[in-house]
Design a protein around this ligand. Sequence first.
Ligand code: BGC
Length: 712
Amino acid sequence: MMQWKAKWIRAAAEPEGCPEFIRKFDLDALPSSAILSITATGVYEVYLNGKRVSNYVLAPGWTSYATRHQYQQYEVSELLQEHNIMCIGMSGGWYHRRAPAWAFDWNDRNEPMNAVIAQLEWETGGLWTDEDWQVRESAVRFSSIYDGETYDARIDDPPCSPVKVIDKGTENLIAQEGEIICEQDVIYPARIFRTHKGECVVDFGQEITGYVQLELTAQRGERVTLSHAEMLDKEGNFYTENYRSAKAKLCYICRDGHQSYKPHFTFFGFRYIRADEFPGTPSLDNFKAIVVCSDLRRTGDLRCGDPEMNRLFENIFWGQRGNYLDIPTDCPQRDERLGWTGDAQVFVKTASYNYDVRKFFHKWLADLAADQAENGAIPHVVPAALHRCGSAAWDDAAVICPWQLYMTYGDREILRRQFHSMVRYIDYICGTTKDAYLWTGGTHYGDWLGLDAPAGSYKGSSRPDFIASAYFAYSTALVAKTAAVLEEDASRFEKLHGKIVEKFRSVFPEYTTQTEHVLALQFGLAEDPAKTADDLAAMIAADGGCLKTGFVGTPYLLHVLSQNGHVRLAYDLLLRREYPSWLFSVTQGATTMWEHWDGYKEDGSFWSADMNSFNHYAYGAVGDWVYEEAAGIHIPENAPGFQRIRFAPQADKRLGWLEASIETVRGPVRSKWVHEGDRVRYELQTPVEAEIEIDGRRRTVGPGAYLLFGQP
Ligand code: BGC
């Protein structure tokens, strides 16, 4: 347990712009070890003797600050010298943010702005934030997560003024739990050009989350102003309307000479920038884009013989990188960037194959439990920036995410930690429903963005009570399984699950939409799965071979088809290039996943400006179908963490070949198939005992690499 001698401090009189807290100190002898513990009510950067401490960007990250506010610890002895100066710059970050206009229920924080706490300790002494510190204005004149940053490079050594100690405790401070956020990649611009409107635009060729680094030679007082965008409109002009109220602007006021700048306390989601002001003519050499996200280890890979499908696979990975910035966000650009639980839930399986997300989710799920309402409802966004709870498929993140971490990594610890929260969630449904053993009533997001939505609505036509009750059954089943894993009493949840299934079947004997069929199959609610799957296939055919599912149905759609005798149709949907399909956005030049199948339509118009993100990972959940069904890498339910594997690849000639690999906790797993004339070659690699099923034939094998041939 960290012992805090340090006190929270803030400026006695709040300076203009973002403050910088300063402490000078001398050392008689240089310590061999020195630990700096630090955090802020916002985001901070700390410098010792002019050198940046740590590559952590946007520290201390975003948690449910009221109860769980991370601090960081850095070993800094190498930066110390005889005469020292420590500077801590900060801005409001996620802690103090303006409410977006749409968020009528924004969770405002009535606390003094811009406070820091820091404690530096070495073998023989230490120092910490107290009245002896000072504060000054900094060159960062303005910084905001949604609106961007203004930096005045002319400001050099401004005068210091006093700080005051504030009455703010340390009980909620916790050591860093999540992955650190850091710079990952540098992207050099693909082109710079003038639009029809005469705007000077730089195209980085890839939509990213992060920021631009500027490099230029200029005169004091000259200005650079940059706007960010994800798309150009059909005339090729810079398009920013879908950022809604997020201004997302960088403004840099130059000093004399050669200089370089990148933002300190904010980030953007963008592919293009527009130079609104620039001294002279901007060129490619003035800009590079820096990708910023949580420092996750890549574990998965997907590739195949179809270039457009490969682009889709890349878009899935970029979607995750763009939105796993300390918390799983819906999107990185408009005035949201929030931890929407539904989005996190639908994508968690793909995410857990693509990257090692254990630490990332341990932290976020702890926030979810911390922000869980007294009655057990789950906030729709975590950390709970909004006062909103209780929607099926969103709240179920409380159960589905821990269970998936258990399946992918064999992580019992996460089940143990979340179990109480999971049980409270089930109890909440039991207490809130109008009809016992179903979840009826309440306000839900439904099959969000389903294409069968009535005009003017975002909610697909699937019945809200149907979706909520189906998820109730599923989450209850998972909680029963969790109880069994943890050797807790599972019988209560098993019985409850049995009653829900029984009631569900009597109340919902028929399915009216694609998504209703999908949920009935996926959650084991359909009494006759073969018939339900055939009906679903017929419904898709009647819908012109098109999916109509939204956030709720889409992630499971291909799974239920391929698991119930309709592999060919699952591939038809995956390979479809026309709207609506995964590949439509690819044919339109997408470099990330889009929120809407037709965010940018064939005629060059946009879906709408209101809700149209071009970096929304949810539909990237199709990635797990490719790993599990197309490449056939299955984790048997009784062998979590790849203790055993079941390979059941489903080759389709139209792709030519496919290769999927996952660096699992047991070692590398790989499945590849190649169509070779009148046969299919399968290459499989397993670090554990595995069952291989190809063309209906089963073999059990030990760890090793295998070559097999099958029918096309
Ligand atoms: C977000 C979604 C989210 C939804 C809730 C939107 O504004 O961007 O991804 O799940 O609200 O329905």
